[in-house]
Write a protein that binds this ligand. Structure first.
Ligand code: GMT
Length: 388
């Protein structure tokens, strides 16, 4: 198939999933065309059957706010026509789904049919999508898509409950390359970080308020106070980074914490971790947790959103109630006190990543969904696209 993918190119879950999906589809022989305002950061080397189409954003004295949605629409029209695309798959509703629906309408006027699939990732529904200044266009763009997927059952339900959505939604979970994210022997690195055999706790996020990184620091300070030999790595950057560093200094734990900033890929770092901590206030899937699990690192996370679909409480890690730092400390102690339990959870995590979330398992689900939607649109008269 000739597949067009539009996504955000920056550090963040939706862009990562879109890029990894495109790369995996290309490996399986499809031609993949990425469209975005800059090269997706995970794309790496362009191969024969992967191309990147940069969306120009015009500057013009009248445009205090350049109309990116329209630039993207024009780019989509161009790439569908000249790349002979069979399907347009957009990630994150705003503005990608809106541009795709508009592009489909323009192309219908030229006698070209292009099926549009929108994948919802989370904040496009749970946060930004419910902002009254966006709600109606988000609902419209989702309803007008020919196919809609959500990255978890939770997000599917949440979208149907909170939006005026009439479209069918297919839950297709996120996936991981279990070869790339696998336990690596990095003893020298571990020794440098934990010279006295301390246990290493790791958190990876974009440091937005929803990630509640302060809970990680509070937990770590409590473990230190109670005499645990632990170190901490914090990976990523974002709006709460400074406040987090401040809290770590205030609680006198800065000497045992390293802030690494944005790192890519994180596989090597995860390979030296003993426990991964994700105390998010909301998480539609939790790709960072899956990356850790694939590297055989057990996860302690909040029992919110899609996290319980990924983490099996007491088997691959622990779930705890949102904001309950006492419970978080308690679960961390259980893992630190019992090497046997932690190792069992590490193995169960790796097994779960391979058995339920590997790219070999999930990418074919997208392929069959593409075919289903192509067939549906094929059987529909072109005149209907004009009315959409
Ligand atoms: O985690 C973020 O804040 C980034 C955000 C995004 O849209 O890039 O991530 C969302 O999509 C990821 C990929 O599907 C999911 O793994 C994350 O759970 C989800 N984030 C939230 O729901 C907060």
């Amino acid at each position: 198939m000739n597949i067009g993918i539009a996504c955000y190119p920056v550090y963040g879950g939706s862009g990562v999933v879109a890029t990894e999906l495109g790369k995996a589809l290309a490996e399986r022989g499809h031609d993949v065309h990425f469209m975005s305002y800059s090269m997706p950061f995970r794309l790496g080397h362009i191969k024969d059957n992967i191309s990147f189409h940069e969306v120009d954003v015009n500057s013009y004295p009248l445009f205090e706010y350049p109309p990116y949605t329209l630039n993207l629409t024009s780019k989509m029209v161009d790439v569908v026509k000249h790349g002979n695309l069979d399907i347009l798959h957009v990630h994150y509703a705003i503005p990608h789904a809106t541009s795709a629906v508009l592009a489909r309408q323009i192309l219908a006027g030229e006698g070209i049919k292009i099926p549009v699939i929108t994948t919802l990732h989370g904040t496009d529904i749970t946060l930004v999508g419910r902002d009254p200044s966006f709600a109606s266009i988000v609902d419209y763009s989702i309803n007008q898509s020919d196919g809609v997927t959500a990255v978890s059952e939770y997000l599917k339900k949440e979208t149907l409950n909170s939006c005026l959505i009439k479209a069918d939604i297919r839950a297709i979970p996120n996936f991981i390359d279990t070869d790339q994210y696998s336990p690596l022997n990095k003893d020298h690195f571990k020794l440098a970080l934990c010279p006295n055999g301390e246990k290493l706790l790791v958190h990876v996020s974009n440091f937005r308020p929803v990630k509640r990184v302060a809970d990680v620091i509070q937990m770590f300070a409590r473990l230190k106070d109670d005499g645990y030999a632990v170190k901490m790595l914090l990976v990523g950057d974002g709006p709460d980074r400074m406040a987090t560093e401040h809290l770590a200094r205030e609680l006198n734990v800065m000497d045992d914490i390293r802030f690494l900033g944005k790192q890519e890929p994180v596989g090597e770092i995860l390979s030296v971790a003993d426990i991964f901590v994700l105390p998010s206030g909301s998480e539609t899937f939790g790709l960072a947790a899956l990356e850790a699990m694939s590297c055989a690192v057990p996860v302690i996370a909040t029992d919110v959103g899609g996290l319980p679909e990924l983490i099996q409480d007491g088997i691959t890690g622990f779930l705890f109630p949102l904001g309950d730092v006492d419970a978080l400390v308690d679960r961390a102690k259980q893992m630190l006190d019992n090497d046997d339990l932690r190792m069992k959870m590490a193995q169960a995590s790796r097994k779960r990543a391979i058995d339920s979330f590997s790219k070999q398992l999930i990418v074919p689900m997208y392929e069959s969904y593409y075919q289903e939607i192509i067939d549906k649109v094929e059987s529909r008269p072109l005149s209907l696209e004009h009315q959409s």
